[in-house]
Design a protein around this ligand. Structure first.
Ligand code: PBE
Length: 310
């Protein structure tokens, strides 16, 4: 069975990040958004920008997530002076989304793809003309220094790991519908022998070597990390999955406390973390193409752009 490590350091980290975030955000004042100023004011007067209804709150996730930093940046860039991004978790964010959706009420969340919420609800990304959330992202695998020499079998599988949004989506959906995380991943592995065979081709089994994968408990990364864990377990590894906040995930692999992660979003979302730790990380390349982050709202809301929030 995949082992899940428990850490008690997560809450303290959030506060530290919020504090750090305030100091390091760039000045957004010089951004020229005047062309749209008139239209935005009209929207505001008509009361359709949802600010008061939402208490000027964007529902966020864990403070260490890259999409949170991007959302803070958006608030500055688009001069959404009254708005705040509230930190919570992926689970709390999707609950808020579900509650609002059920009652056709407005809600704005920090969202990303792949995520099951797009299959479960009619949602849209708010346009981001200033590119605060960047363009398309890819998800990368990183290993600790020395893994290749010490655990060549695991290293090869991690290096070969590559799948699609649809693959990940199947597991996310199953978990969202109530299936146990490890079971959902195991079922996918059983049903996708050919794909898994591409990752494990020519790799010898091992005899109970211990390996630890770090991840963050975002639904997308719960799916990918449990899948990689199951594949390594089937090869004979004793696998531990360690949930951390994003900065600690990078740190754990960089210091060798954990062996690898399949949860690095680049070029933008985790850029600041890669910059800090890249000298001590081994880049095993992209495992999923075409990811995306942004502010996400239900289709029924009458706004289309982040600019409309002003
Ligand atoms: N996410 C999901 C992460 C990367 C994976 C978009 C929430 C983040 O923002 O850091």
């Amino acid at each position: 069975m995949l082992k899940l490590k428990k850490y008690g350091i997560v809450a303290g980290m959030s506060l530290a990040l919020v504090a750090a975030g305030c100091g390091t955000d760039e000045e957004g004042d010089s951004t020229p958004v005047d062309e749209n100023g008139g239209a935005d004011e009209e929207t505001e007067e008509a009361g359709t920008n949802y600010g008061e209804e939402l208490d000027f709150t964007i529902t966020g996730i864990d403070a260490g997530a890259g999409v949170m930093a991007a959302a803070e940046k958006a608030v500055e860039t688009y001069e959404l002076d009254e708005w705040t991004v509230s930190a919570s978790s992926d689970a709390a964010m999707t609950q808020a989304l579900a509650d609002a959706y059920e009652n056709e009420e407005p809600v704005i969340v920090t969202g990303w793809t792949p995520h099951w919420k797009f299959a479960a609800y009619d949602l849209k990304y708010l346009e981001d003309p200033e590119g605060t959330f960047g363009e398309a992202e890819n998800i990368y695998t990183f290993a600790r220094e020395g893994l290749e020499g010490e655990m060549p079998e695991a290293y090869t599988v991690l290096d070969n790991f590559h799948w699609t949004e649809e693959d990940m989506g199947e597991i996310m959906m199953a978990i969202n519908e109530g299936q146990d995380e490890a079971e959902a991943a195991a079922e996918w592995v059983e049903n996708n022998e050919d794909t898994v065979a591409e990752w494990t081709e020519g790799v010898d089994s091992v005899d109970g070597d211990s390996i630890e994968l770090a991840f963050v408990a975002w639904d997308s990364e719960i799916a990918s990390t449990n899948t990689m864990g199951k594949v390594l377990e089937d090869l004979g590894y004793e696998v531990t999955l360690t949930p951390l906040e994003a900065p600690y995930m990078f740190q754990a692999v960089a210091t060798g406390e954990a062996d690898a992660m399949v949860a690095a979003w680049l070029p933008l979302t985790h850029d600041h973390l890669l910059e800090e730790y890249e000298d001590d990380l081994v880049d095993l390349g992209v495992n999923l193409e075409g990811a995306r982050t942004g502010l996400v709202v239900p289709e029924y809301m009458e706004i289309d752009s982040i600019e409309d929030l002003k």
